[in-house]
Design a binder for this molecule. Structure first.
Ligand code: MRU
Length: 368
């Protein structure tokens, strides 16, 4: 079968269970390259450099990576001469180190630490509740169950995105013009995406949406990824530059904006790709509903407001010349390059999750 974006998952475990396969998103749309990663350093690098990106896809990658780390540790333990009573402690110390290391790959998407935490907690509980004849055997059994847990996270992501799409479909009508930003699509999750799930499901049901996506400077996730994946699936998609959204909204062609999210604070503020808050401001001005699509794994009640969310700052080169043949700015110019911004909750019409729709989060907070 020809390799196509439509028949590949963004992230998956290899058939032999020894590596994670990811679509290398830094090469899209020109080249569809699949990377096979098994070393923790390579997985960290893939997340850090956005070869795999988007909050849910980062979460699934992190979960699979925790399984691979656990498998490596248990393989070491099978061959080394540590006494059995030390194996439990060493296993969990090394697993915690793998978690802490992975968590440093990117700071803003909470799905990363959510997934590594869930995997660690699962391992601790399983180990405690299922003692075998010795610690090594319990470690080996725990690792096997961690594989199942990582694959559960993967399956949950597909189901969650689909339900978000179904919930979002109740908010739109046939023929609507929908605007999205960055890539909260299939490439940011496993299938469907979050903000794009409504578009894919609507397409299947003949909703005939007119989709608009902006380029999303500086890394062009909108043009390189969203435009590519939606057009590859036969959706009607039009690309615009980041500075064109307000004028498009003013024409009345946009009936709703759907964006993804990297972290939702307890007061309903949401962090998403830089530029999201500008879209929300323009949408408010022109009376266009502004919807944030987020799996509940993206909700972080430990963050009281958006001010508590750490915003990743990235390299100046991304702005000045990374995507250009020649420099598009003077040498050594100072650059401001935050990767995300916070949209205040009062600009958000609703947050759409797999568990339901949170209307008017600015008034109601996160009530799910
Ligand atoms: O820097 P990126 O490309 O990882 O940023 C991605 C986004 O901002 C997405 O909108 C967000 O992760 C939600 S993905 C469903």
């Amino acid at each position: 079968m020809t390799r196509k974006i439509t028949n590949l998952d963004t992230v998956c475990l290899s058939k032999d269970g020894g590596s994670i396969e990811i679509i290398d998103q830094t090469k899209l749309p020109g080249r569809l390259r699949v990377l096979s990663l098994s070393r923790q350093e390579d997985i960290w690098h893939a997340i850090n450099t956005l070869q795999v990106r988007g909050a849910p896809a980062i979460g699934v990658t992190a979960a699979l990576s925790m399984y691979l780390a656990a498998k490596n540790i248990s393989n070491d333990q099978k061959t080394n001469g540590n006494p059995d009573h030390m194996k439990k402690e060493r296993f969990f110390t090394r697993l915690a180190a793998a978690k802490n290391y992975l968590n440093t790959a990117r700071p803003t998407a909470v799905n990363l630490s959510w997934a590594t935490d869930r995997m660690e907690q699962f391992a601790i509980k399983y180990f405690e509740e299922n003692p075998a004849k010795d610690n090594l055997t319990t470690v080996i059994n725990t690792v096997e169950k961690m594989k199942t847990e990582a694959l559960t996270i993967y399956d949950e992501d597909i189901a969650t995105c689909k339900t978000i799409g179904e919930n979002a479909l109740s908010l739109v009508k046939k023929g609507d013009g929908l605007l999205t930003h960055c890539n909260a699509g299939k490439l940011a999750a496993i299938r469907y995406g979050t903000a794009t799930a409504v578009m894919y499901l609507g397409h299947e049901k003949g909703y005939d949406f007119k989709i608009y996506c902006d380029e999303t400077r500086p890394l062009m996730q909108g043009s390189r990824l969203t435009a590519f994946e939606l057009a590859s699936s036969g959706l009607d998609v039009t690309l615009l530059c980041d500075n064109m959204s307000a004028s498009l909204m003013k024409t009345g062609k946009i009936n709703a904006v759907f964006v993804g999210c990297d972290r939702v604070a307890a007061n309903g503020d949401t962090a998403n790709k830089i530029g999201t808050s500008l879209l929300a401001l323009a949408a408010k001005k022109y009376g266009v509903p502004f919807y944030v699509c987020a799996p509940t794994s993206t909700i972080d009640l430990k963050c009281k407001t958006g001010d508590d969310i750490i915003i990743e700052e990235r390299l100046p080169e991304e702005v000045t010349h990374m995507w250009f043949d020649r420099h598009m700015a003077p040498d050594n110019i100072k650059v401001y390059n935050p990767s995300f911004d916070v949209t205040d909750s009062d600009l958000i019409t609703a947050i759409i999750t797999e568990k339901g729709i949170i209307n008017d989060p600015g008034k109601n907070g996160i009530n799910i």
